[in-house]
Design a protein around this ligand. Structure first.
Ligand code: GLA
Length: 394
């Protein structure tokens, strides 16, 4: 009896190990660091078509963004047309040939992303995947899709009809698992991006349903109030993220015109400390050199993409002044000193309170300036709504 018990235990352990290794392999393959790319929604909304995607892919290469690490070109909502008699989804007239579009994007050394919903309809009331998950996953794989954003929207109808909050939650979890399994069965590596606005503390279960990233909040808009509310509300979520599975505080608004340079610098710095996906949301064809330099600052991207994959967190707050710290693979730390007040503020950063003993060696990331060895608390002046971003090592 004892021998049989041991065998059963060993078999179960093996199943667990195999399962976990498979999950980690998918995660390590598609999202070892937070995905970087571009998405059509923030700027183009429903005015996205084949030509838009090709032009953005071209601009991603010619601007140098691809070489800075931006890879995914993601079509958001409004590409969907009708299903045919066999249930296969077809794009609408804005996208005459999805396979040809994917080939084009791939020929540029980029990857293609697409969007659907577990409900019958998407948020923009286009066709969702409900009841067609297996078929849709196969179609995406056949087109050459590399990334799927799966947006709850229409499924809320089913959830509202559920007898209890627990039953509603289960409907959502089952729907995300269903698409995860369908995507895996295609055999194509596809990034799986969950979008359900942070409901039911998705960070606690997003990884278990196969998410490589999950939106932690409602939609961002191109205003400081929106971006900062979302970004600074991420405190405490760090422990749920890691290589292959990331918290997603939504796409970038950098360059869309609704914030000033200091505010966009805050956006980039905070997203980098948060190990957030960096999905540009502006028109790459018409962006200014300043927007490009904000999006492609190598040191900021290096922080975001740091291979240890440890999300940073808030360590200190004094009214509108917040200090956020992210540990990096080389044992240095990214230190963001943020000012949420609209006018400038000064503060002193006491590195001994951030786990360092004097002296430290610091660089000002945005100024690209070596600050040398610092022994005393370091006095910084932070512009209104701005940030001083440091990389500090012992
Ligand atoms: C939701 C999502 C957005 C976008 C739109 C498209 O609002 O949160 O990111 O995908 O749907 O309709």
């Amino acid at each position: 009896m004892r021998g049989r018990g041991m065998k059963l235990f060993a078999a179960m352990l093996l199943i667990c190990i195999v399962y976990n290794t498979r999950v980690s392999a998918q995660e390590a393959e598609v999202a070892p660091t937070p995905p970087m790319g571009w998405n059509s929604w923030n700027h183009f909304r429903n005015k996205v078509e084949d030509a838009t995607i090709r032009a953005q892919a071209d601009a991603m290469v010619s601007s140098g963004m691809r070489d800075a690490g931006y890879v995914y070109v993601n079509i958001d909502d409004t590409w969907q047309g009708e299903r045919d008699a066999t249930g296969v989804i077809h794009p609408n007239s804005k996208f005459p040939d999805m396979k040809a579009l994917a080939d084009y994007v791939h020929s540029k050394g980029l990857k293609l992303g697409i969007y659907s919903s577990p409900g019958a309809k998407t948020c923009a009331k286009f066709e969702g995947s409900l009841g067609h998950e297996e078929q849709d996953a196969k179609t995406y794989a056949a087109w050459g899709v590399d990334y799927l954003k799966y947006d709850l929207c229409g499924l809320r109808e089913q959830m509202k009809a559920a007898p209890s909050p627990e039953a509603a939650h289960q409907i959502m979890v089952d729907a995300y698992i269903k698409m995860r399994d369908a995507l895996r069965r295609t055999g194509r590596p596809i990034v799986y991006s969950l979008c359900q606005y942070g409901n039911d503390a998705v960070w606690r279960w997003g990884r278990d349903v196969g998410g490589n990233l999950w939106r932690t909040t409602g939609d961002i808009s191109d205003r400081y109030a929106s971006m900062s509310q979302i970004g600074f509300s991420q405190a405490g979520l760090a422990r749920f993220a890691g290589p292959g599975h990331w918290n997603d505080p939504d796409m970038l608004e950098v360059g869309n015109g609704g914030m000033n340079t200091e505010e966009y610098r805050t956006h980039m710095s905070l997203w980098a400390i948060l190990a957030a996906p960096l999905l540009a949301g502006n028109d790459l064809q018409t962006m200014t050199p300043e927007t490009l330099s904000l999006l492609t600052n190598r040191e900021v991207i290096a922080i975001d993409q740091d291979k240890a994959g440890e999300q940073g967190d808030r360590v200190w707050v004094e009214g509108p002044i917040e200090i956020w710290v992210r540990r990096l693979a080389d044992r240095s730390k990214a230190v963001g000193v943020f000012n949420r007040h609209p006018s400038p503020m000064t503060t002193s950063v006491d590195f001994s309170k951030l786990g360092f003993s004097a002296p430290v060696h610091a660089t000002d990331v945005w100024l690209n300036k070596d600050l040398g060895a610092i022994s005393a608390p370091y006095r910084v002046e932070i512009p209104g709504h701005g940030v001083v971003l440091l990389r500090v090592k012992q």
